[in-house]
Write a protein that binds this ligand. Structure first.
Ligand code: BES
Ligand code: MN
Ligand code: MN
Length: 458
């Protein structure tokens, strides 16, 4: 008799080939030109589930489809809601990729492609572990319900609506997501906190057309100058965000948590040198890990205005704009922050400039309790799959659905990341270690068994 774990090893190279097929589909959710490709990626994963004999539904939304697939053949055992996303970030700048983003390439133990780690490769580990169980034991130890969406990278709007409308249908015991990273190579982790996000575009309109900066400069308000002033006003010299009330709901870290973060084997100089900088700045009084994981942050994500061409052009531009975002910590409310931000920007916007603030997606930060039996089960599964007990970390990125699972379905989420921090998520040369891919499949196959031992809560 082959065990699920032996099966996973025997079929390792086919699993890699299949992942490559999925990665070849350029499912860029942010880009309308890829709308059909996004759909193809949904259909592809729905077919995977069908081949395994799961009950599959492709749910149409005004945006991209949601794939729901269920195996509910273990009555009395718990049900895991496994979430993943098949959409990917835009691949540009293309010229910085060593091999094209949608031609997956295996090189030095990694698979390189957009979506390799975020999130197709990681989500696929759970699909293959289910295959390993079904093809050997003809059953799973617990019930599993997959929810694979195509709008994570653009804010998960339509998934939120679907979940709110199908609370009974989706009733489960725990959520499972592999869309984060390990702490370091050889140091697997369970993530117990994610930051939230508020994302904006600020558009400033000055004179009705571009003007000669000699004839008009000094008397007509320049929107590019004002943009710089307004963006700079949002943070002070101590790295504190200046939106009134911004920190009202931010809970100060406990001494215990600060001690635990400080005890992690974090190499700060390696962290900086890996990204090619000689140091960093942030909120005064906090360590680098605290700044990344448990404190809010503010980043300009893009800005434009005026002349960008060769040489000098003495112009006073008529327009300028920027995209910027805040990362939030648990308890901060995106809507409240947006209202306070709008008020502040309106109050500092000078005469001669009309401003427009566009509010894109928002999601609150989350923490999951570490003292749950689910966490212990996951830690054991990771130890069996990766050969080492996980450390407990937080992450600075966001997965919007996690707070919705908690609010709408009452679920805690196990954030079991198989990636590495240098996997180049959202960047050129995104990769996923093949060893981590296979260990992730093993850990997942153990997870179903470990969760079964817990029984069901009702
Ligand atoms: N997989 C990431 C979340 C993540 C990032 C986890 C970094 C751990 C470390 C996810 O796909 C993502 O990119 N989320 C977006 C959410 C946003 C578009 C609403 C993010 O964090 O920017
Ligand atoms: Mn992701
Ligand atoms: Mn992402």
């Amino acid at each position: 008799m082959t065990t699920p774990f032996e099966y996973a090893e025997q079929h390792a190279s086919r699993f890699e080939e299949e992942l490559c097929d999925w990665l070849r589909i350029p499912s860029v959710s942010a880009d309308d030109a890829h709308r059909d490709d996004v759909r193809r990626a949904a259909v592809w994963v729905a077919q995977q589930f069908e081949q395994l004999g799961l009950q599959v539904e492709q749910i149409e939304t005004p945006g991209h489809p949601i794939v729901l697939a269920e195996w509910l053949g273990a009555p009395g055992a718990p049900t895991a809601l496994v979430y993943g996303h098949y959409d990917v970030q835009p691949p540009d700048p293309l010229d910085l990729w060593q091999t094209p983003p949608f031609e997956p390439t295996r090189r030095d133990g990694n698979i390189y492609a957009r979506g390799a780690t975020d999130d197709k490769g990681q989500a696929f580990t759970h699909i293959k572990s289910v295959e390993a169980w079904l093809r050997t034991e003809n059953r799973l130890p617990i019930n599993v319900r997959f929810l694979i969406e195509g709008e994570e990278e653009i804010g998960s709007e339509h998934l939120f609506a679907y979940i709110a409308d199908h609370r009974d249908r989706l009733r489960s015991d725990v959520a499972v997501i592999s869309d984060t990273s390990q702490f370091a190579p050889g140091v697997p982790a369970i993530t117990y906190g994610l930051r939230g996000i508020c994302y904006y575009e600020l558009r400033l309109q000055g004179p009705s057309q571009d003007l000669h900066s000699g004839s008009f400069g000094g008397a007509i308000t320049n929107p590019a100058n004002v943009l710089a002033t307004m963006l700079a006003a949002l943070v002070d010299d101590h790295g504190r965000i200046q939106v009134p009330g911004f920190y009202d709901d931010v809970e100060p870290p406990t001494d215990e948590e600060r001690r635990q973060l400080a005890a992690l084997p974090f190499d700060q100089s390696a962290f900086f040198s890996e990204v090619g900088v000689d140091g960093g700045t942030g909120e005064e009084g906090y360590t680098t890990l605290e700044r990344r994981w448990i404190r809010p942050s503010y980043d300009v994500n893009g800005l434009w205005g005026g002349y960008q061409g060769q040489g000098a052009k003495t112009v006073l531009p008529s327009k300028a704009g920027a995209k910027f975002s805040f990362r939030l910590v648990p308890r901060q409310n995106p809507a409240k922050i947006t209202a306070a931000l709008r008020k502040m920007l309106e109050s500092i916007c000078p005469p001669g400039i009309r401003m427009q603030l566009i509010d894109f997606h928002g999601a609150p930060g989350v923490v999951v309790p570490l003292d749950s039996p689910f966490i212990s089960a996951a830690a054991t599964a990771i130890e069996k799959g990766f050969g080492r007990r996980p450390v407990f970390i937080r992450e600075g990125g966001s997965i919007p659905v996690v707070s919705v699972f908690h609010e709408e379905l009452g679920l805690d989420t196990l954030l079991l990341g198989w990636g590495q921090s240098d996997d180049n998520m959202h960047a050129p040369n995104e990769k996923f270690s093949l060893a981590d891919f296979h260990r992730g499949i093993l850990a997942s196959a153990h997870l179903w068994e470990e969760l079964r031992r817990l029984g069901t809560s009702g």
